[in-house]
Design a protein around this ligand. Structure first.
Ligand SMILES: *[C@@H]1O[C@H](CO)[C@@H](O)[C@H](O)[C@H]1NC(C)=O
Ligand SMILES: *[C@@H]1O[C@H](CO)[C@@H](O)[C@H](O)[C@H]1NC(C)=O
Length: 245
């Protein structure tokens, strides 16, 4: 009975989130996106996004911009709240009036409200306007001293299911406490690893083998041991492996 239960859990979990984004994150063109529920300053917003191995969103074109508008509508449907604006990863902090994305790339696609940035204040950071604004989806520059909600983006890992994946073992066995996305049952470390490869946000695993009648326990994690933000714990008897690409 115990075994059948464990096995059905594995099947259900696998069917549930193959290659998807974590809960409350939304997938578009190989990235996962989230519109925050809290307001923060631009710098703190960036730190929070970077803790997810991403950054504030970089918008490359109209279809991506439309997708982000959708996040405001999803948020409105789920909470009844009309957000007035949210930070995107665009600022002119380094050089007044020269707007660059947080990865250093120059502005190509642009979607300014009212014709262009008005450069109010010395350093401006940019927001996308929300659904209760006549210019919903367009961008506005505001002073860096303001707090807003924000949109994070992180790229999914590109490893394909079935592709050869190099694995490194690190001792002592680590458990990255704050970065577990899912716990599944697996008959072997290979099965645990397969579970990780199938979820494109998984970067490492922590596995405790089972015995004749019980499957092992497999923690899927979104970070690796070198991740600055991960909370590392040593756990005896568990194996830790990370994907190298
Ligand atoms: C983004 O994630 C937070 C939790 O971290 C959640 O409260 C919020 O609803 C999510 N945003 C959307 C649009 O689902
Ligand atoms: C809030 O947003 C929804 C969806 O865009 C819109 O239909 C509604 O009129 C807005 N309500 C207010 C009070 O702005």
């Amino acid at each position: 009975m115990k075994y059948a239960f464990a096995l059905s859990l594995v099947v259900r979990c696998w069917a549930y989130s193959i290659s998807g984004c974590p809960e409350l994150w939304y997938e578009y063109d190989g990235s996962c996106y989230n519109l925050s529920s809290e307001t923060r300053s631009y710098w703190v917003a960036r730190l929070i996004c970077r803790a997810e191995s991403g950054d504030l969103v970089i918008i490359s074109g109209e279809s991506e911009n439309d997708f982000i508008k959708e996040l405001f509508l999803i948020y409105h449907r789920n909470t009844g709240k009309n957000i007035s604006a949210a930070f995107i990863g665009l600022d002119d902090i380094d050089e007044e009036s020269v707007f660059v994305w947080v990865d250093g790339s120059p502005l190509a696609y642009r979607n300014w409200a009212a014709g262009g940035p008005d450069n109010y204040g010395d350093s401006d950071v940019c927001t996308m306007l929300g659904p209760n604004n006549a210019h919903f989806g367009m961008w506005d520059d505001i002073s860096i001293t303001r707090q807003r909600r924000f949109v994070c983006e992180f790229r999914m890992r590109t490893t394909k299911v079935g592709a050869a994946t190099a694995v490194a073992s690190i001792k002592p066995a680590l458990y990255l406490e704050s970065r577990v996305i899912e716990v599944i049952y697996a008959r072997s470390i290979v099965e645990c690893l397969q579970g990780c490869i199938q979820r494109r946000v998984c970067l490492s695993i922590n596995f405790m083998p089972g015995d004749q009648s019980n499957a092992g326990v497999c923690r899927l994690m979104t970070a690796t041991a070198g991740d600055y933000y991960a909370v590392r714990k040593t756990v005896d008897g568990w194996m830790y492996l990370e994907l190298l690409n």
